[in-house]
Design a binder for this molecule. Structure first.
Ligand code: SF4
Length: 248
């Protein structure tokens, strides 16, 4: 009764944005899945439970950043990568401890993954932090992981790893050429390097199985094909498209 209403409330379509860059959070992701996302292939809406899980992660980020502000150690929060870079993204925080700056990347982690991270951080988390260290030219950072079930914390202090940054940048430069310039479907990835089975959560499995490289054509319904309604005649045609952010 109420659950159905809430599921509908939380369910949402993920907007498709034209872009020619990657998000830091895409490091470690299946390149094919990135291709399908970038090209706007249709996908089912985000279900209510997944949307709520994401909201819990966002709340944890806010709670921890707020606590770091309370400690008086925050230099900046939600720091964007300089515009025009191959990657876009925002570091959770830059803090100062004992006279040194650290980039902090906060991750909420499934209990199973959290247990696996007893000695080392997850590779994708490590590489994402490396990109922030590179773009901000800060030589050290901290991956702060919170167990989603118990709120236990674990931290990994890491140094800027220039060879790994160079490898990731070269890999994504190649992917940029493939996806954005040539518009080609990347080959199937080497799944043995994955830390979990991404196919299990992939919304594009059917396209991938058939090696589909072109988004399906949208069939126009009679409603879409219908003539647009007449605009009020009191508006001169030139003003009809002016929006909040358009030049007057
Ligand atoms: S089904 Fe697997 S290999 Fe194919 S795009 Fe999705 S995650 Fe990648």
């Amino acid at each position: 009764m109420l659950i159905e209403l809430l599921e509908e409330y939380f369910k949402r379509e993920e907007p498709h944005r034209e872009r020619d860059y990657f998000y830091v959070s895409e490091v470690g992701k299946c390149p094919r899945q990135i291709f399908y996302t970038v090209k706007g292939f249709p996908r089912p809406p985000l279900d209510g439970q997944t949307a709520r899980k994401l909201a819990v992660g966002e709340d944890a980020h806010r709670r921890i950043v707020q606590a770091m502000y309370g400690l008086g150690i925050v230099v900046a929060a939600e720091v964007p990568i300089p515009p025009g870079s191959l990657f876009h993204g925002r570091a959770d925080a830059i803090i100062s401890l004992s006279g040194k700056n650290y980039v902090v990347e906060i991750k909420t982690v499934h209990p199973y993954q959290f247990d696996k991270m007893s000695a080392d951080p997850r590779t994708d988390h490590y590489l994402q932090l490396q990109l922030y260290l590179h773009y901000f030219q800060i030589p050290q950072g901290i991956i702060l992981a919170e167990n989603k079930a118990t709120q236990e914390l674990r931290e990994f202090v890491v140094e800027l790893d220039r060879p790994e940054v160079a490898r990731v940048l070269a890999e994504f430069e190649e992917l940029r050429e493939l996806i954005f310039v040539r518009g080609a479907l990347p080959p199937l990835p080497d799944k043995s390097l994955w830390e979990y089975d991404q196919c299990k959560y992939c919304p594009f499995v059917d396209f991938c199985r058939e090696n589909v490289g072109q988004p399906p054509k949208i069939s126009l319904t009679s409603e879409v094909l219908a003539e647009p309604p007449d605009l009020p005649t009191s508006y001169p045609p030139a003003e009809r498209s002016i929006g909040l952010f358009d030049e007057p």
